[in-house]
Structures are given as C-alpha cells and as structure tokens.
Design a protein around this ligand. Structure first.
Ligand SMILES: NC(=O)c1ccc[n+]([C@@H]2O[C@H](COP(=O)([O-])OP(=O)(O)OC[C@H]3O[C@@H](n4cnc5c(N)ncnc54)[C@H](O)[C@@H]3O)[C@@H](O)[C@H]2O)c1
Ligand SMILES: O=C(O)C[C@H](O)C(=O)O
Length: 356
C-alpha cells in the first residue's frame, strides 16, 4: 500500500499537471511545468518541432507523439503552443510533451534535442511560387538555425520550410558561421514528392501505393522535382504520354493542393504524414538500424551543385551514404539539365542571404 505521504505527493503532482503555471503572453511563457513522467525517461529520442502550432506542425506533433522511438517531444511556436501541447499531452502514448512559446523560450525548446523538425514559416497562396515565400521564411529559418547552433549543435535537422531549395543552403551557412556544420546532419525534406510519386504511379499501374517506390531527385520546386520513372520499383514501363502526365503531376502536386485549398494554405496533412515518415527514418538511422534509405535534399557531390536531392542512407551520424543518380533515360537527362539550372539560382540565393 502507498503511504499517506506518497499519496499526497501523487495528488500534488496531478494537481500541478492540471493547473500548469501560465505566464503572460508578452512575458516568457506558457506551459513551463515539468511533466513528472519525464523523470524516469523512457528510452528514446528527444525531438523538437519548430512551428508546431501550424497547419503542418499540429498533425506532425500528433503523429510524432504516436511514434514509439520518441521519448520527449518539444513543441515550439510563436503562437498557440499552450493549447496544442495541452491537447496532445493527453494522448496515452509514451512520449512526454512540453510546449514552448515565443523566442524567449526557443533555447529551452532546443536544448538536448536529437532531432529538430522545422515546418515554421508562411505557406503559399494560389498564384505564388515557393520562391515568393523566401523573403519571410529565409529570416525565420536563419533565426531558428542560430538557436540550433547554440543549443543542440549535434542534432539532426529536417528542414520543411519553403523554399527548401534555398532554406537548406541558408541553414548550412548559419551552421558554418557558428563552426558546427556537419553536412550529414542537415536534410531538406523532399519526402512529400516521393509520397505523391508513389501514389500517382500506383494509380497508373493499378497497384497498392505501399508496394511502389519512386526515387525523386533534384530539389523541391517545379522542374527541380525530378521523378526517375525509369527506376520505379517494382520494375515497370510507361508510355511517353504516361511519363509526361506523371512527371507533370508530381512536379505540380504542391500547386494542385494550393489551388484546391483556394487561399487556405498548402499541403499540411499529407506533409505531416511525409514528415513523420522521414523523421522516423532519421530516428531509425540514429538507432543504428541497417538499410534505412530515403530521398532527401542534402549537401552532395552527385552533380556539380553543392546541394541535391537523391537517395541517401541514414545512420547514426545522419546521412552516411549518398547514392548516385543511376542510369537515366533521355527524358530524365533533359529534365536533369532543367532542374540543375533552376536549382543553382535558388541555392545561390540562399547562400547570399545568409552571408549578408
Ligand atoms: N517541404 C515540403 O514538402 C513542404 C510541404 C508543405 C509545406 N511546406 C512549407 O512548410 C511551411 C509551413 O507550412 P504550414 O502549412 O504549416 O504553414 P502555417 O502558416 O499553417 O504554419 C506555420 C507555423 O509557423 C509558425 N511560425 C512563424 N514564424 C515562426 C518562428 N519564427 N518560429 C517558430 N514558428 C514560427 C506560425 O506561427 C505557424 O504556426 C511553409 O513554408 C510551407 O511552404 C513544405
Ligand atoms: O506547394 C507548396 O507550396 C507546399 C509544398 O512545398 C508542397 O509541395 O506541397
């Protein structure tokens, strides 16, 4: 039986849990309470989501709370994290959730993290390109990466914020400036392109999308998104018309969603799904699992460009192997040239911004 002392200690803990100290908006914070269950510390990884109250951030937070590899989940945003954190913390899964609000709490949110996922920033509206988001999102990503440099320089960083083709080079420059850059640990998330490609190819082939794997290389915008339909698994072939249809649909998948949402933002739910699929692969790599291979936009020597998305093998140190493009057909070779031309400018734009 519990002693009286233990019982009142437990009630005090529960009451602290139900009545968390909430500080003022202007002041530092909300939801600073230490969750008592964090003490024992389940085996697992510590993950932070920056932009956790957003359209991607919320479902991403929910799905990461369900991931058995995660023991601690930090939710950071400049708005609304108390509500999102309170809500998600009631899920009866293992990860302990803590919320952090506003830039005063960024460092606390980041300290000790193994993986940081960044979906912070504005999304597109119809008629915009991803590059139109640069002026706002470049600064957001820069500030967040400065925090990472200081508080968790060894963390794996997954950049979702657009334009990914520029925000990843920005992150790299920030890390270089801080003297902590390890290219193996910085990954631009292009998983949604693969998810879409698997879905659209499966539709054409009449297969279950879970059985299909399409490598998508290059970058994450328009013609820089290059699906390698000649390398689809299971092996298959497409007519010229199917190739044209699939390439165009995969390259314009983001725009398809932006237009359907008609001003209410861009892909959030499929992106959260893709982000968790990718984060889970990073965590399995960190754990030491063998053969974890996904596509990502990383520092690369596969082409003459400093960054390029290809299939990479994920391990304890992040990106441990970068696979070459493999044999391309004529259609893909032409696509590659177009992709490289646009990518070069986007990468340069990010680097120039960060070096200013
Ligand atoms: N890589 C991809 O495949 C992919 C897919 C979809 C969307 N995106 C991009 O992801 C980003 C977010 O999209 P969304 O739909 O979630 O947008 P959203 O506006 O719904 O959410 C963004 C969140 O970021 C927060 N935020 C803004 N400034 C911040 C800062 N300085 N620090 C922390 N948080 C901050 C906002 O408060 C908001 O909660 C956009 O740039 C979008 O283009 C990328
Ligand atoms: O298209 C967008 O603006 C969001 C994202 O990059 C996507 O591919 O859905």
């Amino acid at each position: 039986m519990e002693s009286g002392g233990n019982v009142s200690h437990r009630i005090a803990r529960i009451s602290a849990h139900l009545n968390p100290p909430i500080h003022s908006q202007e002041g530092t914070s909300v939801l600073m309470r230490e969750n008592c269950r964090a003490k024992g510390g389940l085996p697992g990884f510590k993950v932070a989501i920056l932009g956790a109250a957003g359209g991607i951030g919320q479902p991403l937070a929910m799905l990461m709370k369900m991931n058995p590899l995660v023991s601690v989940l930090h939710l950071y945003d400049v708005v609304n994290t108390p509500g999102v954190t309170s809500d998600i913390s009631h899920m009866d899964t293992g990860a302990v959730v803590r919320g952090f609000l506003g830039k005063e709490q960024l460092e606390e949110a980041l300290t000790g993290m193994d993986l940081v996922i960044i979906p912070a920033g504005v999304p597109r509206k119809p008629g915009m390109t991803r590059d139109d988001l640069f002026n706002i999102n470049a600064g957001i990503v820069k500030t967040l990466c400065e925090g990472i440099s200081k508080c968790c320089p060894k963390a794996i960083v997954n950049v979702i914020s657009n334009p990914v083709n520029s925000t990843v080079p920005i992150a790299a420059e920030v890390f270089k400036k801080a003297g902590i850059y390890d290219p193996r640990r910085l990954l631009g998330v292009t998983m949604l392109d693969v998810v879409r490609a698997n879905t659209f190819v499966a539709e054409v082939l009449g297969l279950d999308p879970r059985e299909v794997n399409v490598p998508v290389v290059g970058g994450h915008a328009g013609v820089t998104i290059l699906p390698l339909l000649s390398q689809v698994k299971p092996p298959c072939s497409f007519t010229a018309e199917e190739t044209e249809y699939l390439t165009s649909r995969i390259q314009n998948g983001g725009t398809e969603v932006v237009e359907a949402k008609a001003g209410a933002g861009s892909a959030t739910l499929s992106m959260a799904y893709a982000a968790v699929k990718f984060a889970d692969a990073c965590l399995r790599g960190l754990r030491g699992d063998a053969g974890v291979v996904e596509c990502a936009f990383v520092s690369s020597q596969v082409t003459e460009l400093p960054f390029f998305a290809t299939r990479v093998r994920l391990g304890r140190k992040g990106v441990e192997e970068i696979f070459p493009l493999g044999p391309l057909n004529e259609y893909e070779r032409a696509g590659l040239e177009k992709a490289k031309k646009e990518l070069a400018g986007s990468i340069e734009k990010g680097v120039a911004f960060a070096r200013k």
